[in-house]
Structure formats: structure tokens, C-alpha cells
Design a protein around this ligand. Structure first.
Ligand code: URA
Length: 268
């Protein structure tokens, strides 16, 4: 029988759907857990279980995925990576291109995956977790999680163009929600993240906050007001700020950061 461990040991549980159990245990999102089940990778008490309506009692039943036991009360892992340019946000690549999986300790934290995506050439804060539920919540538009980016762009956006970003530009897949955008100066702390030796002639540095996470969101928004992004860096994700983490390195979130993340997840 699995022995609950970790700080949530006292939580009362009742039989629940297997896919919900797997998501709560941080194996994958609900949908991902259903896929694992239908693929025949999940066993309950030694029996392969593909039936999506199946229920488990977490205090009695032994659930395994690919033969490895899953417990609901193990504390999920949360790490931040300071992503370098040149790495795909994926845990494997069929063409053997560099991907972020090689930069984080997947052996120590089985089931680790990135929360959302950064483009291959984007640098900065990428959150990883083993908690599928938390990832789903953090990425859901209803949670309005703000992401802040610093962009080196061609040209110098005018006040009018920045105001356009703030009122919501139209992208080819629909209007973007209003963003906050300001021109940064070399004295701004974040300026150096994309222009360590000052922005080259004909370029400037913009700080932009968005809540959406569509593909190439920031690059497309800045392009929509006439400024191609040359370099893009994310310095915050919701309550998390990129700190104590040099480029290419990862660290575990501290207790305050985890509490802040879990507050967002709980307040859905
Ligand atoms: N917006 C982009 O255009 N690219 C990223 O990597 C992240 C946000």
C-alpha cells in the first residue's frame, strides 16, 4: 500500500477518477493522463487500466505508470531554468537538436516538464514542474499570469506605438489583450539582459508585460507596431523573478516562491 509522504499527509481523500489522481500526483495534465491510460501505460494493483471512468482509492490502491509507482502526496518539484539561446523548449527532439531537457536534472525529478514555451532563441526564466495540475492552471488564460519580457528591437517605438500595444494590437490569430510596454534606458536594471554593451545603433530596448502565451506572442505584437525583435528575454513569470540563476543553470524554487505559485493554482 502506498504510504503518503510529504507535507500534505493529512489531506483527506476519497476514491477519485484515475486521471484526476495522476494529474494531482503531477504525472501529467488530465488530458495527458488520459492518453497514458489509453496507451496502456497505467496499472492499478497490477492490472492495466485503460477505462477512463476507473476510480482509485489513493490510500489503498497501488498505481504505476510504466511500472513506476505513483503517489499522490509526494511533493511536486518546481525549478527555474535560465534558458540560454539555441535550446528548444521540449523534453526530446527527434532531430537531436539541443533541448532544455539536457539542462535540468530529469533523473532526480522524474516527470519534470516545462510550463509553457520559450522560442529557441529566447532566453530567460522557464519554469519546470512535475505537477501537471499546476502547469495547466498557470497556463490557463483565466488565471491571467503576467509574463514580463525585455526585447531588443529594430528602431525606436514611438509613444503612439507603445500606446497601441497597451490598447491591444490585432494579430493574425485575433486581437491581443492589452499589454504594458515601456521604452527602457541603459540605466534600467533589465536593459543589460538584452543589450549588455548598449543597444546597437538603430535598435532600442522595450520592457513588455503580457498575460497571454500564444505562439511568438511578443515578437508578433512588436512586429505589429513595426518593430522586429532582435533578442528576447523573459525575466519574470507570475510571481517568479529570474534571480540567483546564471544563464544555462537551474535552481529549485524556494518555499516562498512555491507558496506563491500554489496560491495561483488554488485560487482558480
Ligand atoms: N513571445 C515570443 O514571441 N517568444 C517567446 O519565446 C515568448 C513570448
Amino acid at each position: 500500500m502506498p504510504v503518503p509522504t510529504g507535507e500534505h499527509r493529512e489531506e483527506r481523500v476519497v476514491p477519485m477518477r484515475l486521471q484526476r489522481f495522476l494529474a494531482r500526483a503531477g504525472v501529467a495534465s488530465r488530458r495527458g493522463s488520459e492518453n497514458l491510460m489509453t496507451a496502456g501505460r497505467v496499472c492499478v494493483n497490477g492490472v492495466v487500466t485503460t477505462e477512463l471512468g476507473s476510480k482509485v482509492d489513493p490510500s489503498r490502491d497501488v498505481v504505476t505508470v510504466d511500472g513506476r509507482e505513483v503517489r499522490m502526496f509526494e511533493r511536486p518539484a518546481y525549478l527555474m531554468l535560465n534558458k540560454p539561446s539555441g535550446y528548444l523548449t521540449t523534453m526530446s527532439d527527434p532531430y537531436h537538436r539541443p533541448c532544455v531537457a539536457t539542462l535540468v536534472p530529469t533523473n532526480r525529478y522524474p516527470g519534470l516538464f516545462p510550463v509553457g514555451r520559450l522560442d529557441r532563441d529566447t532566453t530567460g526564466l522557464l519554469l519546470f514542474t512535475t505537477n501537471g495540475n499546476a502547469a495547466q492552471a498557470l497556463l490557463h488564460p483565466s488565471r491571467h499570469v503576467t509574463k514580463h519580457y525585455v526585447a531588443l528591437v529594430e528602431g525606436v517605438p514611438s509613444a503612439r506605438e507603445l500606446a497601441k500595444l497597451e490598447s491591444g494590437v490585432v494579430l493574425d490569430d485575433g486581437p491581443a489583450q492589452p499589454a504594458r510596454a515601456i521604452l527602457l534606458t541603459p540605466s534600467d536594471e533589465l536593459y543589460g539582459r538584452v543589450a549588455p554593451r548598449r543597444a546597437p545603433n538603430g535598435t532600442s530596448v522595450v520592457g513588455i508585460s503580457v498575460q497571454e502565451g500564444r505562439k511568438h506572442q511578443v515578437k508578433r505584437m512588436l512586429a505589429a507596431v513595426g518593430h522586429k525583435v532582435v533578442r528576447l528575454h523573459r525575466d519574470s513569470f507570475g510571481p517568479l523573478e529570474l534571480s540567483r540563476c546564471r544563464e544555462g543553470a537551474w535552481r529549485e524554487l524556494d518555499a516562498n516562491e512555491i507558496a506563491a505559485i500554489e496560491r495561483i493554482v488554488a485560487n482558480g
